[in-house]
Design a protein around this ligand. Structure first.
Ligand SMILES: *Cc1c(COP(=O)(O)O)cnc(C)c1O
Length: 391
C-alpha cells in the first residue's frame, strides 16, 4: 500500500491530471473501435507490443482508469473489470484450471459460486471439495495431487464465517496451489487479501464498491502474470468486460467507499449487539462479536468488521413475519448499498440449493441476512425492534 491513508487513496487513486485536459472526473469513452495511425502501429497494438486500444471487448480508457483505481486500493499489480461479479468469479477460475483439476472451496458461501463449482464438475470434469473453511486444517485435508485452487470467501455470504487468509495462503504456497479470495463483503477498506498472501481476488462490485444499488459489475485484482494471462485468455474469449458507462459510475461510487464503510461498520456493530441481546433472536452472526467462532482471526486480518449481519429467528414462520413487518428496511436480495436491506436466505438467495446442501451451508429456516446501510442507527434499531416484536 502507498504511504497515503486508504481514505485519501479512495478519493485520489489512479488520478492523472495531465490526461484528459485535467478533467477531474474521468471521461466515458463509448467507442467500440479505435483507429491506428498506420499499419505498423495497428500490428503492434494488436500483438500487445505497444499499449493502446483497438476494440471494445478488450478494453477502453474508462475501463483502464477503473482497473488502475482498484489495483491501487487492493495493493495489487493489476486489475480487470467485468460486467458482473460472476463474470469475474468464472473468469478467475477458468484462467487457472483445466479439466481433471481439483478445487477446495467453502461449504458455506455465495450460492451462485457454489452452483458454478457444481457446473464445472458436471460439464468440465473439474471437481470441487466443499469444506468447513472456518478451520484451515480442512483445506489441508481436502488437498489432492491435482488441486489447483483454494477458494476463500471471508466474511462469507450469508453467515459471515471467517477464514484465516494468511494461513491458507501460506499452506497453498508450499503446494503450488493458487489462492483466490472473494473480497466482496469486506472491501479493501476492511481487508486486503493480497497483502495476506493470496494470488488473486475477486469482487462483486455490484455491492459495496458501487454502493448505491444502481450498477452490476465485477473485478479481479492480482499479480501481473495472472492478470495478463486472464486478459489474453478468459476475458478475451468469454467477452464479459464492463461497459464504459458502468465503469465510470463505479469509479464515482468508489470515491466515497471509505466514508460509507466507516458508517456501515459502526451501524452494524451497534445493531449486532442489540440483536444479540434480544429475546426473539436465537443467534447472531457478526465477526465483531466476541461470541463469533473466529473473532480473533477477524480482528487480526480485518480493520473493520463490515456491514453484514446474519441472525436466526428459530423458524421459517418467525423469519417471514419479521421481513413482512420491517418498514424502513427494504426487502430485497442484494447487499452493500447505502440503504438497509433484509432477506430470508432459505426462501430467497439460497432457495436454489437442495435442502441437504442448504443444511450443509448452515442456512437454517429462520436465518435473516441483514445488509446494514448508512441511515441513522437509532432509526434502524427502532425498525428492527418493532418488526421483532411482531413475531
Ligand atoms: C453478489 C455476490 C457475487 C456475485 O456478484 P454479481 O455481481 O451478482 O454477479 C459473488 N460473491 C459474493 C460474495 C456476492 O455477494
Amino acid at each position: 500500500m502507498s504511504e497515503k491513508s486508504f481514505d485519501t487513496l479512495a478519493v485520489h487513486a489512479g488520478e492523472d491530471r495531465t490526461q484528459n485536459h485535467g478533467a477531474v472526473s474521468v471521461p466515458i469513452y463509448p467507442a467500440s473501435v479505435f483507429a491506428f495511425t498506420d499499419a505498423d502501429e495497428g500490428a503492434a497494438i494488436h500483438n500487445h507490443e505497444k499499449e493502446g486500444y483497438f476494440y471494445g471487448r478488450l478494453g477502453n480508457p474508462t475501463q483502464s482508469a477503473l482497473e488502475k483505481v482498484m489495483a491501487e486500493l487492493e495493493n495489487g499489480e493489476g486489475a480487470l473489470a467485468f460486467a458482473s461479479g460472476m463474470a469475474a468469479v468464472s473468469a478467475s477460475i477458468f484462467t487457472i484450471v483445466k479439466s481433471g483439476d481439483h478445487i477446495v472451496a467453502p461449504g458455506s458461501m455465495y450460492s451462485t459460486t457454489t452452483n458454478f463449482f457444481q457446473y464445472l464438475h458436471e460439464n468440465f470434469g473439474v471437481e470441487t471439495t466443499f469444506t468447513d473453511a472456518a478451520n484451515v486444517e480442512n483445506y489441508r485435508e481436502a488437498t489432492q495431487p491435482n488441486t489447483k485452487i483454494f477458494w476463500i470467501e471471508t466474511p462469507s455470504n450469508p453467515l459471515v464465517r471467517i477464514t484465516d487468509i494468511a494461513a491458507v495462503a501460506e499452506f497453498a504456497m508450499t503446494k503450488g496451489i493458487k489462492t483466490i479470495a472473494d473480497n466482496t463483503f469486506a472491501t479493501p477498506f476492511n481487508q486486503r487479501p493480497l497483502e495476506l498472501g493470496v494470488d488473486l481476488l475477486v469482487h462483486s462490485a455490484t455491492k459495496y464498491l458501487g454502493g448505491h444499488s444502481d450498477l452490476t459489475a465485477g473485478l479481479m485484482v492480482g499479480s501481473r502474470d495472472i492478470i495478463d494471462k486472464a486478459r489474453l485468455s478468459t476475458t478475451k474469449l468469454f467477452g464479459g468486460n464492463i461497459a464504459p458507462a458502468v465503469a465510470w459510475l463505479l469509479m464515482r461510487g468508489i470515491k466515497t467507499l471509505a466514508l460509507r464503510m466507516e458508517r456501515h461498520n459502526a451501524n452494524a456493530s451497534v445493531l449486532a449487539n442489540m440483536l444479540a441481546g434480544h429475546a426473539k433472536v436465537q443467534e447472531v452472526f457478526y465477526p465483531g462479536l466476541k461470541t463469533h467462532q473466529n473473532h480473533e482471526i477477524a480482528k487480526r486480518q480485518m480493520t473493520g468488521f463490515g456491514g453484514m449481519i446474519g441472525f436466526d429467528l428459530g423458524s421459517f414462520g418467525a423469519a417471514k413475519l419479521f421481513i413482512n413487518n420491517v418498514k424502513l428496511c427494504t426487502l430485497a436480495t442484494s447487499l452493500g448499498g447505502v440503504e438497509t436491506i433484509v432477506q430470508h436466505s432459505a426462501a430467497m438467495t439460497h432457495a436454489a440449493l437442495p435442502p441437504e446442501q442448504r443444511a450443509m451451508a448452515g442456512i437454517s429456516d429462520g436465518l435473516i441476512r441483514l445488509s446494514v446501510g448508512i441511515e441513522d442507527v437509532d432509526d434502524l434499531s427502532q425498525d428492527l425492534e418493532q418488526a421483532l416484536n411482531a413475531i
